[in-house]
Design a binder for this molecule. Structure first.
Ligand code: SF4
Length: 223
């Protein structure tokens, strides 16, 4: 077992408490990216790198209406897709990866997006974070996506002490029940957007202040 995946009773308690408090604060979360199929979620997740979910949803509304299936993207010229996704940023790399992934799905997986980490990460441009989003939100398979909010907040709380997303995923998933992985990620992302944005965390009013290495140094404030 890698050092990052070591189980710890104290960490398990802490993560479960963070989960419970954030769930009480924000309620059950749904996937932030609009999609109707696992393939569409894969495309939306690739588009979401360095881009807001709001912008991705705006772009995919017409994109998925006109091109809903892997075969539609597999047959597309890269320049055409670049124009369609231009406003998401990094459009050249994203268009190239989406078309290559769609072609691989057509050729190797008979038009059906795979549902295992190993197969998903074998697709061009698909890393563990994207694969975990698809597993958790499209297939209901345990997956714990580590995005910038999860990385930052888990370091702030002291739950992890590394910037390496794979080590963070291993440590969190070793100490949380698998059925909580996807929702835990959603809740921490929601917390990062509303209470604990980068550079201006509202520690005085934070729901998990007493569980957070940084927040416990701040005095509590009445709401
Ligand atoms: S206590 Fe502060 S740093 Fe810790 S999670 Fe809350 S807002 Fe972020």
């Amino acid at each position: 077992m890698p050092a990052s995946a070591v189980k710890s009773v104290a960490l398990k308690r802490k993560l479960t408490e963070i989960y419970d408090r954030l769930l009480a604060a924000y309620g059950p979360q749904k996937c932030f990216l609009n999609h109707e199929t696992p393939f569409q979620l894969l495309v939306a997740t690739i588009l979401s790198a360095q881009c807001t979910d709001k912008m991705v949803n705006r772009v995919t509304e017409s994109l998925f209406r006109d091109y809903p299936e892997p075969a539609d993207f597999a047959a597309m010229e890269v320049e055409k897709l670049e124009k369609l996704i231009h406003s998401c940023g990094y459009y050249r790399a994203k268009a190239k990866n989406i078309i290559a992934a769609a072609r691989a799905i057509e050729e190797r997986f008979h038009s059906k997006i795979p549902n295992t980490m190993e197969e998903l990460t074998s697709l061009p441009g698909v890393g563990r974070k994207t694969a975990n989003v698809v597993l958790a939100d499209a297939f209901g398979v345990p997956g714990l996506p580590v995005d910038t909010h999860v990385k930052r907040i888990m370091n702030l709380t002291g739950a992890v002490r590394t910037e390496d997303p794979e080590k963070i995923e291993a440590r969190l998933s070793a100490n949380l029940a698998p059925e909580k992985w996807g929702e835990f990620s959603h809740l921490v992302i929601q917390h990062g957007r509303s209470r604990c944005p980068a550079g201006r965390p509202d520690c005085a009013h934070c729901e998990i202040r007493t569980l957070c290495a940084r927040g416990s140094k701040h005095p509590e404030k009445k709401a």
